[in-house]
Design a protein around this ligand. Structure first.
Ligand code: APR
Length: 169
């Protein structure tokens, strides 16, 4: 199991994988953070394609081509805005990982890279988000042959250290 999960610190837009996951918003029309970086790297055609998707519910995931990205697909998922923790945020974030991994499987992706969904502009607590990410990913991989590998891509040292400690424990 552990060999199917890896961790790196870097920019997800450079990942040479079958699919990268985007921490989008419900409009799917781009934004700041990793969403902004992905739209910038994929090119203006991405917003055109996303406009046809009619948005995305929190916890759900929709797929587009990667366009100018090295990745073949972008799996857009919408994390919950943190509202203190008693509005179902944890379950919604867990759904982001389940939905994204399911979409990766449906698209025959062998390799997938996932950022730290929800932990930036949406202010989800980083450690809890990392625990949810790791637990849900392990659960999915235990009962699915695809994707073969998942790489957690951390942009900040803080998130990288949190994931490293959790994965090592
Ligand atoms: N590669 C990988 N991770 C990145 C990158 C990048 N190029 N840029 C930012 N990140 C990290 C941030 O450091 C953070 O840990 O992505 C994580 C998620 O933060 P956000 O991108 O702010 O996403 P989120 O908290 O889910 O908020 C989503 O932000 O960008 C808008 O349109 C988006 O409204 C939506 C909201």
């Amino acid at each position: 199991m552990e060999e199917r999960i890896s961790l790196i610190k870097g920019d997800i837009t450079t990942m040479q994988v079958d699919a990268i996951v985007n921490a989008a918003n419900s409009s799917l029309l781009g934004g700041g953070g990793v969403d902004g970086a992905i739209h910038k790297a994929a090119g203006p055609g991405l917003a055109e394609i996303c406009r046809l998707l009619g948005g995305c519910e929190t916890g759900e995931a929709k797929v587009t081509p990667g366009l100018h990205l090295p990745a073949k697909y972008i799996i857009h998922t919408v994390g919950p805005v943190w509202k203190g923790g008693d509005k179902g945020e944890a379950e919604l974030l867990a759904n982001c990982y389940r939905s994204s991994l399911n979409q990766a499987k449906q698209h025959d992706c062998k390799t997938v890279a996932i950022p730290n969904i929800g932990t930036g502009i949406y202010r989800f607590p980083k450690k809890l988000a990392a625990e949810i990410a790791i637990i849900e990913t392990k659960k999915f991989l235990e009962s699915n042959n695809l994707p073969l590998t998942v790489t957690f891509v951390c942009f900040s040292d803080e998130n990288f250290n949190i994931y490293r400690d959790l994965l090592d424990s």
